[in-house]
Structure formats: C-alpha cells, structure tokens
Design a protein around this ligand. Structure first.
Ligand SMILES: [Zn+2]
Length: 813
C-alpha cells in the first residue's frame, strides 16, 4: 500500500499585476425580490364551460390572504388582461375592481388591519392567447399521436394569464383545483385527488395541494389519458399517458420510485409531497416541475431506443424530479437566484447515476455538462447568480459538483440537508445556501461563493514542467491566463471574472518507483508548485488530480506521459483531455497506439468512444484496425462513433462503406444505424439518392434515421429533389425547415412547395410551414414570397401569421 504524503508546496508569487477587484460589495441579488403587502394563503381555482373553439372558460377564484400592512384598502393581484372579471365580492359584499394592464386592483369595502384575513371571490370569463399560461391543442384528422388537450405552463410568470393570483415566487400558498370537463378527459393537477364526480358538463375533478408552494407551480392538464400506477413508500407515483402509449409508460418511468428513494436518502429529506405524477402532453418544450405533478413531452421511447440511453430517462425524468426538492420545496426568492432551482435540478441526475452506477457514470454526466457550459460561456459569460443568467444549468451543476469535491460527500449533503430544512416550504437566496453550509459544516465558503457564484468565468491554466534529476524535484510553473474582457451593460452592470481563482489543487506524479501526490493552494496569476522526492523522471504528471476545478488546461507533455495517464488515470475529464492531446499527433505512432489501446480496452464506454473519435485525423493504416474492432463494442455509443469516424478516414473509403453497410443491415441500435446511413450516403455517391429514400422510409425513435437522410438532401446538393421531402410535411417539423434550407440555396421548387402548403388543409402542416418561413428563411426572402400571397390565402390562422410576419418587417425598416 502506498500512502499519499502531503508535501509543503513552495508557492512563488511571480509577476502579473493584479487588477483591482471590487468584491467588497457582495452581489446578493436581493434587489430583485418583489415587495407585496399581503400574504396569499390559499386559492380555490374553478374552471368550467371550457371551449376549444373560442379558447375560453368560466373561472372562479376564491382567494384567502392576510394583510401585511395597516389599513389595507385594496388588494393588487396579477390578472391577465384577457380575463374578463364579471364580479368581485367578499362574502355578500360586492367589490369594485379596476385594472391597469395585467394588474387587477380589488378595492376592499373596509380596510383590513395588519394581520387581518381577507377572503375574495372573483368570477370571470377567461380568454386565452393560446400558449400564454394555457395551451389548447385541437385534434385533427390525420394528425397522429395528437389528442385534443389543454396544458398549463406557469413559469416564470404566466399563470396569471388564466387565473388571478400573486405571480411571483416569493409568496407561497396552498390551493385547490376544481375542473369540470367532458367525460372523456382526465384532469391532472397538484396534490391529492379529492373527488371526481359526475356533473352536467361531464365530470368535476377536485385536486388539493395541501402543502404550500409557489404559484408558478400551479398546474392543470386536461387530456384523454390513462393512468399507469406505481408507488414509493406507499405514496402514489402515477404516469399519465395517451392510451396508445400505455405499454411504453412503465419501461420509461419505472426508474422513478428508485430515483425518489435515492434523492430522499442523499438529501436526508424524504420526498415532501402527497403524490408524484408525471404526465405527457403534446408539443411540450421538455419538462416542467409543477409541484407533485410534473409535465413532460410525449416522446416515450420504444424498447429498442433504450440501447441509445434516451435523454428522456437519463436526464429529463431525474431533472424534473429533483425540482420537487429544489424549486418546489425550497424555491428561489426571485428570478436572479434561479440557479438554486435549475442548477440543483441539473446537478442531481449525476448524483443519481453516480449512486447507482459508480464514479464513471457520475463523471460522464458532468463531462457533458462541462461541454455545454463551455459552449454557453463562449457566447456570453455570466455568473450563475444573475438575473437572466444564460448558464444556470450546466454552470450551476458544475459549481455544486466542485463544492462536493471540496467538502467531501458527507459534509456536502449535511449542508444541503440544512438548506432544505431551514427553508422548507419557503424561499431562499444564494446567500442562504452559503449560510446553510456555514451552519452545517463550520466552513466559511465566502471565497468560493465570491468566485463561483457571484463572479463569472473559470481559470485557464497554462502549466509547464521541469525535472531536476540531481535534486529529485519536479517543478510545475502554473499560470492563470484568463482575461476579464466583459463590458458593462446599459445599466452599468458588469460581470467580473477573477484574475486569480484561489483553491487547492492536487498534482499527482507517476514514476518508475511509484506515485507521489502534492496538494498546493492556487493563489496567484503565476506560481510554482514543487514536488520533492521524485526519484526518477516522471512517467506521468496529472495537474488537478480528480478534476476538482472547472477549468481549461494547457500543459505540454510527452506522448509517453500522456499514454501512461490514459491507462492509469480513472478520471474521465482528465482522460478526455489526454485524448484531445493525442488526437493532435496523427503522425506519432505511439499516440495512435495509445488511442488504439484505449479504444479497445478502456474500462468505460465513454473513453472508448472518445478514443475512437480521435482517429478521424489519423491515416487509414493506423485508424482502420481499431475502428473496425470498435464496431463490435458492446456499447452502441462506441459503435456509432466508430462507424461515423470511419466515414472520414482518408484512404479507408472502400472498407468503411462495406462496414457501414453491415452495421446498417445488422445493428440493433437506431443511433448506430443512423450513423451507418450517414457514412454510406457520404461515401456512395452513386447510390446516394436511393440510400436517402431508404432512410426516409425507415422508422426510428425521434426519427433519428429519417433525419440523417433528410439532412443529407441539404448537405449533398443534387442528391434528391425537393419533391422527395414534400410527402413528409405532415409527419414532423424538420422537412419544412429543410425545404427552407433548399430555398436559401436558390431552389425554386422548394419555395413552390412551401407556398403551396400554406394552404394545406391540415392545420398543423400550415403552422409548421409558416414557422419555416418565420425562422428558416432570411426575412427579405420570406416577405418577398409572402407579400403577393397575403390576400389570397385560404385559412385565417395562416393569414394572421403571415400578416404578423409582414408587419414585423415594417417595424424593422
Ligand atoms: Zn429545470
């Protein structure tokens, strides 16, 4: 057994003048919290006489609230301007209302004193701007997998478009949802199902949310659904899907009770709500964590799709479930701290998979977050705790994973438990989270919060090594090269990037005699870290062992050192960094050999897949053998990477085409077959058109195969005419966008098809085509095509959309 000894690090402050940092003033974001002069306690929300034709219903909302100021003479509610208030009353007293846009003022007959309870009833006819708060979907003949339905979406502040409420997250309430709908529809909402009784309109369903939560989490779904029941510790865990999907529900959702159990144990906080429902609906943007009643898109994977680790089960289900603690149980106090909802929800699935499948599964998850983070940060650099931050998901997840590395799992979860306990059924800010960690662990994390929560960016390290054989000493020169280039916005707000990130880092050195580790404090733009007692030249040098820092790394190393690390370092981030270095050495035989070894025998599929992908810059003589071997890998992701990479290896075209044909014919995975088709289409120009047609006709989950074929029409001009795409316009949105792409290239046939289908008798096809004009074409191209048509269009919905589009142009001129 080898003991890692902590050796005092010699830290040298070299040059680099530090720019002044104004961190004295903490950005707590408290200024974004809304003031209110009452506490909304409870609402009973009733809906009846719902009309899909006129997008309207009769509403009645009874609100109970407590005055938070002396002499409260009016109650200000958020109520969409399309809610037609018919009467307002308190008991038998009718009340006067007035309105300013989306603000409804209810004038109380008599002023309420501080602490007085007020009960108000509002009767109204709601008209819905479809998609604002409520979305109505109408069934249409021929539109498959698309039953008539209604679903709500409150976040951030759209629930007041269908019922008057307090529409900001910092006032929690309990509520009842009472909906009268035709007999064939199921009603799903928050909390406990209280009753479901026959009534003149069909049936009346009452749900009761008995623990307080935020009003943006009020949910209503009305759709013809079947319930597939499950349980966790005796609580109902229900999956609501279309009848035609009922066989797909259990294979997809059966992970849920186990996820609830794991989250309950990790947080030390048992799932806090009466039940958990997951309901799938049409055209949803993903998922929404409505309290105890999550809404999800209706993309249930089929049996074969599980070979490709569907996003729905891997990320979507555990993400929305995590919100039941982070977002619903403890809620951000204002939208500037939204990462407390989204960062945690994005963080938790990695904890679930790590708990179930081990450290590689956990690292795999955060490596994907890292790549997303880098893409977003490159577009605009923002901290997580900022209003409208673009990076609350991956950066939030990565900051929490870093904190877990810093504290260790035991202290980390103790801090999380403290946070959830201290703010249960209430709100929190970023600073409340810091305080919870201080209270639970005694650790002052002020500097961590300052760097990672309130400021932006990440350290960019340039590391160089020198070994002194006579002194047996390895010295690393470590520079932080990140540059703060952000400019202030119109309000003077500027997000800073620290000149120096301060934190511990561990350097691991491998030698013929064994390994040594040193932990040093990073605290300067430029510093040296020395490792003593390195008895022979290092065979491997790992900067940031265990990848505990969100960073970019530049570190010149020999191929031999990289090859050793690729074999010995268990960390997946470090491995992918090494693979990136080796991939840039295509003429180096040792680099090819190291990658081939990893592609064949690395102990985790992701490393094998990354090693496989690295061969696209290597000559056929080096790449062909390992890629061919990878086609037999047990992981579909590795096979898919191999067949895609083969298509790009110069000099291997003949073999690649033969191998791709075999994968296309025999592989069970949709993704592998899609990649194989892509390679065949690329390499076989003679049969390209036939291959595209074959791909178009091949069903797969989320049209993975069809979309590869369709994209090829655009990628390879002349491969297939636009008319091949036309029959698919009713099946999915992509074909309309592909036609737009062909139009951009000057294809007049494609434009003719698009124009023709603006008059399509199928409403959804008209909308998809209209979307392609709106989002798939440059505005001048779209308007010059639409201008002469505007008067002749057959259908009102498209007329309206085209007029809007043409007016948009006028405003821009
Ligand atoms: Zn979320």
């Amino acid at each position: 057994m080898r003991t890692l000894r902590r050796i005092a690090a010699l830290t040298l402050l070299v040059t680099a003048p530090l720019a002044a940092q104004s961190n004295l003033e903490r950005m707590t974001n408290d200024q974004y919290t809304r003031s209110h002069d009452y506490d909304l306690v409870h609402q009973r929300i009733e809906l009846s006489n719902i009309s899909w034709d006129s997008l309207s219903f009769d509403g009645r909302v009874v609100s109970t609230l407590v005055s938070l100021r002396p002499g409260l003479d009016s109650v200000i509610l958020d109520a969409g301007h399309l809610l037609d208030i018919r009467t307002a009353s308190a008991g038998s007293t009718e009340l006067r209302t007035s309105r300013h846009g989306d603000t409804l003022v209810v004038h109380l007959g008599a002023s309420a004193a501080f602490g007085d309870t007020v009960r108000l009833t509002l009767d109204y006819r709601a008209h819905i701007d479809n998609g604002q708060g409520l979305t109505f979907k109408k069934a249409e003949a021929g539109h498959a997998h698309y039953p008539q339905q209604i679903w709500s979406q409150g976040e951030d502040d759209n629930n007041h478009d269908w019922f008057p409420t307090y529409d900001f997250p910092n006032d929690k309430m309990t509520w009842e949802m009472v909906a009268t709908v035709p007999a064939e529809y199921t009603v799903v909402s928050n909390g406990t199902l209280v009753s479901d009784t026959k009534s003149p309109g069909g049936h009346t369903v009452t749900w009761s949310q008995e623990e307080p939560s935020a009003t943006y989490l009020v949910s209503l779904i009305v759709a013809p659904l079947v319930k597939v029941p499950d349980t966790w510790r005796g609580k109902p865990v229900d999956y609501y899907v279309y009848r035609e999907d009922s066989a797909l529900a259990m294979p997809l959702f059966k992970v849920t009770p186990d996820m609830i159990e794991v989250y309950s144990q990790l947080t030390g906080t048992p799932y806090p709500w009466a039940k958990y429902a997951q309901t799938t609906v049409a055209d949803f943007f993903g998922g929404m964590e409505n309290v105890s009643a999550t809404t999800l898109v209706d993309w249930l994977p089929d049996a074969r799709a599980y070979q490709d680790r569907p996003w729905f089960q891997y990320i979507l289900i555990p993400h929305e479930l995590a919100h039941q603690w982070f977002g619903d149980y403890v809620t951000t106090e204002n939208w500037a701290n939204m990462w407390l909802n989204e960062g945690f929800a994005e963080f938790m699935p990695g904890q679930y998979w790590g708990t179930k499948l081990g450290r590689h599964a956990e690292e795999d998850y955060y490596l994907d977050e890292y790549r997303q983070f880098m893409g977003i940060d490159a577009r605009r650099r923002m901290p997580v705790a900022a209003l409208g931050s673009n990076n609350i998901y991956p950066r939030g997840a990565l900051v929490l994973e870093m904190l877990k590395h810093r504290l260790g799992a035991e202290r980390f979860w103790a801090g999380i438990n403290r946070y959830l306990t201290d703010h249960r059924f209430e709100n929190a800010t970023s600073d409340d989270l810091r305080q919870a960690f201080l209270d639970a662990t005694g650790q002052n994390l002020d500097q961590f919060w300052d760097q990672w929560v309130y400021q932006a960016g990440y350290p960019e390290f340039t590391v160089s090594q020198s070994y002194d054989a006579s002194a047996h000493r390895l010295t690393l020169q470590v520079k932080q090269t990140q540059v703060d280039t952000a400019t202030a916005d119109s309000t003077g707000l500027r997000f800073t990037t620290p000149q120096v990130f301060r934190m511990p880092v561990t350097v691991k050195v491998g030698t013929a005699q064994g390994e040594r580790s040193v932990t040093a404090d990073l605290d300067a733009r430029e510093q040296a870290i020395t490792v003593d007692s390195v008895m022979s030249a290092p065979t491997m040098v790992i900067f940031d062992d265990g990848n505990t820092i969100l960073k970019k790394l530049t570190f010149e190393q020999s191929t031999a050192q990289l090859a050793t690390q690729l074999q010995q370092d268990p960390d997946l981030w470090n491995r992918q960094w090494v693979i990136g270095q080796l991939a840039s050495r295509p003429t180096d035989k040792a680099a090819g050999a190291a990658l081939a070894r990893a592609a064949r025998s690395a102990d985790y599929y992701l490393t094998r897949a990354e090693a496989v992908a690295a061969f696209d810059s290597f000559p056929a003589s080096v790449a062909l053998k390992p890629l061919q071997a990878a086609l037999k890998d047990t992981s579909a992701a590795v096979r898919s990477e191999a067949i895609g990479t083969l298509g790009g290896v110069r000099g291997a075209e003949k073999d690649a085409l033969r191998l791709a044909r075999t994968s296309w014919d025999r592989d069970a995975s949709y993704e592998v077959r899609a990649a194989a088709l892509g390679t065949m289409i690329k390499l076989d120009s003679t049969h390209r058109g036939a291959l595209i047609r074959q791909g178009i006709a091949t069903p797969s989950y989320r049209q993975a195969i069809q979309n590869t074929a369709l994209s090829a029409i655009v990628r390879y001009p002349g491969s297939a005419p636009a008319t091949e795409i036309e029959p698919l316009l009713g099946e999915q949105q992509l074909p309309a966008y592909l036609l737009a792409a062909l139009v951009r290239r000057g294809d007049t046939t494609a434009m003719g098809i698009l124009v023709k289908h603006l008059d399509d008798d199928r409403g959804w096809v008209r909308q998809w085509v209209l979307n392609a004009f709106r989002n798939g074409l440059p505005r001048p191209v779209a308007t010059s095509a639409l201008q002469p048509l505007a008067a002749t269009l057959k259908h009102d919905d498209v007329k309206k959309g085209v007029t809007e589009l043409l007016n948009m142009k006028d405003r821009n001129q």
